[in-house]
Each structure stands twice: as C-alpha cells, then as structure tokens.
Design a protein around this ligand. Sequence first.
Ligand code: FE2
Length: 238
Amino acid sequence: MFSWLKSPSNFLEVDLHSHLIPGIDDGVDSWDESLNLLSQLSELGYKKIITTPHIIQNYYPNTSDQIREGVTELNRLLAESDISIQVEAGAEYYLDDHFAKQVETKENLLSFGNGYILIETPFMNKPLFLEETVFNLQANGLKPILAHPERYTYLQNNMELVQNLTSLGVFMQVNISSLTGYYSKEAKQLAKHLIDTNQIHFLASDIHNQKHLNEVKSATKSKLFQRCRQLRLLNSTL
Ligand SMILES: [Fe+2]
C-alpha cells in the first residue's frame, strides 16, 4: 500500500531522524516498541535508520557511548527477529551552552554519513550563538543539519534568516509529517516554502512512537510529499 520506495528513484531509503532507543529520551518506551516500528519502516522500504536520541544537558544528558550501546543492542535484536533493516547511531543535539562548549573543545560528537551532525534549537527563540556554532562545527569538518526548521516559530516569519542559514551551508531537514500540517499550519507553510525555493536537503520521519509513524504513512499520500520526489534530496547518500 505504501510503496513509495519501490519506485525507481528510491529517494528515501535512509532515514536520519528518530527516537528509537528506549528509556533515554521522549521516544519509544521499550525494545519491543522499537522493533515493531523498525519492522514497519522496513516494510515501507527503508534500508537504513540513523536513530538520533535527544542530547539536552538539562533533560536528556545522553552520551555518545550510551547511544552507541543502544544501537548495538537494537541491531542484535533486529538480527534475532529477522527484521531486515540496519540501524546507525546519531544524535539530535540541542543548541545549549553545553553543546557549544563541546563544539569549541572539539569533543567527539556523533556524526553520520560524510560528517553530518543533526542539531535542534528552541522552538520560539533563535539562540544568539547559532551562526557561531555553525561556523565552529564547520571549522571542525562537520556539516550541520538543522532538524525540522519549519517547526521553529522564529523562522516561520523570517525568510531572510532561512536564506542566511542555507547560505552559511546549513542543511535543512524537513519532517515528513509537516507536509500535511500535522504540527501546525505555519510549519506546513514553511515546509512548502523550503520546497518551492529549493532549500530542503533531507526529509525525515522524526518518529517517537506508533502515532508518529501513522502520521508519516498518511503524509506520504500528500501532494507535497509527491512533489518531493522531484527534488534532489540527499537521504540516499547517507
Ligand atoms: Fe527529534
């Protein structure tokens, strides 16, 4: 039924944003829930899932090692259950002081693909040190991907800032469910603007649970999702 990946362009065979390690953030609650979601993702046609638990110093102070251990366990359970999909470790780094310091001191951060790193910011306010952190990441040879830019209210009314960020080399990752307005009308509008102006680089699921996956499945039937097939998304390069 949902066979978008069976088309020749196989444009979404890799997902780069999800919360599938139980008990370390606001994602899945159990290994079973995780396996269940991964089995459905495999049926959809995904080959590889880069899972990205939150790292937020005051709420989810996860470490690279903890996430790597979780991913090792997940791959072991997947092999045991004969589910044919591969999981890799990433993280969704919240731009707080702790992260800015880690970048400055060139700490070992979880990146994926050819040096990509997923970052998020507060929803309402742009961090003052956003551009500086982007610059420092790039100076360390990393390529920042901004998670769901369409959901930040500070970007929804500021197309100039959106343009500035892409000009600085920030990669934009839109959530698939934003294409139907699941998060908000404004998020859908900005997602559409990013598509119209060719400022979208990745589409991702950002699933935390079954409800999110259901939303992703229904979003694949939307017009905007179908338009994304024509874009040169970078998912399959990961
Ligand atoms: Fe997320």
